[in-house]
Design a protein around this ligand. Structure first.
Ligand code: HPA
Ligand code: ZN
Length: 338
């Protein structure tokens, strides 16, 4: 890997950042996993946090998901969800993340008889505290697990509607292959009618057509990942013209073998074609890095200018779900500091 200058490292550290693709369950560090396992008397098949980290050798998305869902078993009480979220927000502060829009997977918890309000309540309280004490703003997005049924998604949407004051949007994650967007066409239509913003993972492991279908069938406001768009030249042109945001996760993509190594990644190419691409950490405890680590990994693999790095932050502001007034404040701050 190419060494980057200390000036570039400093620039990346101080650049104000906005995160739009973060699964809160994927920010569970092995140390906290052990602490919660002990607190809640839950058996985990590891002896030390190092052993947990050694087990994080993934060959594809499913090999990660199996371990990720197992890790979430230690989350039982509202306080656990609060502690998990607060630990992530402290990392945001370190990385100069000024705004974050985070996902949670309620079905991972309701399937274990942990209620929607326990998960949502704990996460939301930490987000509120971060606004007051760290000056970090946020939004909360609830994802359907796409390997589960449409009927289960409808049941989950009913719950989300009860927490509409705390949840801004609905997303779609988990195993993309074999679970195309159209499986959730009706439930997304209902979510849109209920006033939620819409996002979906598409074109991560699945084909470019999933991106087209997420846009045209589900009506999403942005695409999570979307890197396989390059397999359809017309789609790339459309994404550029319509400024459809892609929440790209560089370290996730290399860890899950979507790209063989960072030099093969297409994020910088897509940025230079005028697409609204953004950098995000996805599941930082599992993929080896938070926001700064992801920016550094891209800057190590590509000759990327400070202006382009700033543009990545400005793209995330453009793609965020805050008001135009809040966007203006963030734009000024990013342009003023960088
Ligand atoms: N893809 C699909 N589902 C997920 C991911 C991802 O990158 N992270 C957590 N759930
Ligand atoms: Zn994701």
């Amino acid at each position: 890997m190419r060494a980057i200058t200390p000036e570039k490292v400093n620039f990346i550290r101080q650049l104000p950042k906005v995160e739009l693709h973060l699964h809160i369950e994927g920010s569970l560090e092995p140390e906290l996993m052990f602490e919660l396992a002990s607190r809640n008397q839950i058996e985990i098949p590891f002896k030390t946090p190092e052993e947990v980290r050694d087990a994080y050798q993934f060959t594809n998305l499913q090999s990660f998901l199996d371990i990720y869902y197992q890790g979430a078993n230690v989350l039982i009480h509202e306080q656990d969800f609060f502690d998990l979220t607060w630990a992530y927000l402290l990392r945001c502060k370190e990385d100069n993340v000024i705004h974050t829009e985070i996902f949670f997977d309620p079905q991972t918890h309701t399937e274990r008889d942990i209620s929607f309000d326990i998960a949502c309540g704990g996460i939301y309280k930490a987000l509120e505290k971060a606004k007051a004490e760290l000056g970090i703003t946020s939004r909360l997005i609830m994802c359907f697990l796409r390997h589960l049924s449409e009927e289960q998604a409808f049941e989950t949407l009913e719950q989300a509607i009860l927490f509409k004051d705390k949840i801004i949007g609905i997303g779609l994650d988990s195993s993309e292959q074999g679970n195309p967007p159209e499986k959730f066409a009706r439930v997304f239509k209902k979510a849109q009618e209920a006033g939620f913003k819409l996002v979906a993972h598409a074109g991560e492991e699945g084909p470019a057509q999933n991106i087209v279908d997420a846009l045209d069938i589900l009506g999403v406001d942005r695409i999570d990942h979307g890197v396989r768009c390059v397999e359809d030249e017309n789609l790339v042109q459309r994404l550029a013209e319509e400024r459809v945001p892609l929440t790209v996760c560089p370290l996730s993509n290399t860890k899950l073998k979507v790209f063989e190594d960072m030099k093969q990644h297409n994020i910088v190419g897509l940025l230079r074609k005028g697409l609204c691409v953004t950098i995000n950490s996805d599941d930082p405890a599992y993929f080896g890095g938070y926001m700064v680590d992801n920016f550094l990994a891209v800057a190590e693999a590509f000759d990327i200018s400070d202006e382009e790095l700033t543009q990545l932050s400005l793209n995330a502001v453009e793609a965020s779900f805050v008001s135009e007034q809040e966007k203006q404040i963030m734009r000024k701050y990013i342009s003023g500091v960088s």
